[in-house]
Design a protein around this ligand. Structure first.
Ligand code: DAH
Length: 348
């Protein structure tokens, strides 16, 4: 009897030794501990053992059952560990391999130019506002003192959308009229409006049928041309450097009186003369002036109480100057090599 028990134990040890997978291990468990398993059968034999030997036989069977149970458990753990180690090894990451490069996007240079102006103006308390691109002739021209047949209309060859009433705005100046009317002649105004504008211009290196302007308007009490000069000075220095000088030249716009062209000293040659400033030492960057009293009045502001100034930048022109770009169409093409070039220029 004792021999039989030991034989089962030996056989089990042999069986378990070479097991390499969970399925075989389970088969072995069934073979020894299942309902008709060999160890289970041993227990059933208790009935046949004489009472004198029962104790010893019981102990033997128990011992072998413990041995089988523990060995199965140990083997199970070992197999699991082995599987995990294998998995970990196969998933090992080689951190010395070069990483996949994810190309980084960036804002278009024109957008960044506009953001720069927005930042400067916001730091002086200006709001950034929006206006419609499909505009009424009334706002785009009439309220800005450009009635029908006014020669100033010729300079802005306009896309009409519907008869002669609706058009694609040819300038951002109509937003001045909209903001003044919205404030009902009661409140001071400080606003800028960057936005798209449209003209039937021939597309060439410096003209595009669609371009961006940045309009500025300040209305308050006791505002004079020197306030405009001071404001322009701050903007020019922030955009082009602290050593930049500014000057005004007389000009004409129907909605400002007096009107000026604003110049900055050439940031490239510092006045010596180069091809950027066409050897004049100066570069024109915007139109500006004191808001015409007629415009103030038509837009609901009493010109005896209120005065103001306005300015209008061409965003592409500024960016072209600042980054040495000579074709306006570069901003609107989708050639990544060109756009990446801008990133480099900005990093200089
Ligand atoms: N709207 C003008 C243009 O497109 C630019 C301009 C000039 C805007 C003088 C202004 C200004 O606000 O005061 O040519």
């Amino acid at each position: 009897m004792k021999e039989k028990v030991n034989e089962i134990k030996r056989q089990f040890d042999k069986d378990v030794l070479g097991v390499t997978d969970a399925k075989t291990l389970n088969d072995i468990r069934v073979k020894y501990l299942g309902k008709q398993g060999m160890v289970t059968e041993l227990s059933k034999m208790m009935k046949e053992v004489s009472s004198a030997q029962k104790k010893e036989f019981g102990m033997l069977v128990n011992e072998v059952r413990c041995h089988v149970t523990n060995a199965l458990e140990e083997k199970k753990e070992a197999l699991e560990k082995e599987a995990l180690d294998k998995e970990l090894a196969s998933e090992k990451i080689d951190i010395t391999l070069p990483a996949t490069k994810i190309p980084q996007g960036s804002a278009n240079i024109l957008e960044r130019m506009i953001e720069e102006i927005e930042q400067v103006c916001m730091s002086m308390g200006y709001d950034v506002v929006d206006g419609p691109e499909i505009e009424e002739d009334h706002y785009n021209f009439e309220l800005l003192n450009i009635p029908k047949n006014h020669p100033a209309r010729d300079a802005q060859d306009t896309f009409y959308v519907e008869g002669d009433r609706l058009l694609l705005r040819s300038q951002t100046s109509p937003v001045q009229a909209r903001v003044m009317l919205a404030n009902k002649g009661e409140k001071p105004i400080r606003m800028i409006c960057p936005g798209k504008t449209y003209r039937r211009d021939d597309d060439d290196a410096t003209h595009s049928h669609q371009f961006m302007q940045i309009e500025g308007l300040l209305v308050d009490k006791d505002i004079s041309l020197s306030d405009l000069k001071g404001t322009f000075d701050v903007i020019a220095k922030k955009l082009f450097g602290d050593d930049i000088k500014t000057r005004f030249r007389p000009s004409y716009y129907p909605f400002t009186e007096p009107s000026v062209e604003t110049d900055i000293s050439c940031f490239n040659c510092h006045g010596k003369g180069c091809n950027i400033c066409k050897n004049t030492g100066w570069i024109t960057v915007s139109g500006a002036g004191m808001v015409n009293p007629k415009v103030l009045e038509d837009c609901g502001y009493d010109p005896k109480v209120w005065s103001g100034f306005a300015f209008g930048f061409g965003a592409e022109r500024l960016a072209m100057l600042k980054y040495g770009i000579n074709d306006i169409r570069t901003f609107y093409n989708t050639d990544l090599r060109e756009l990446k070039n801008f990133d480099r220029k900005e990093g200089e």
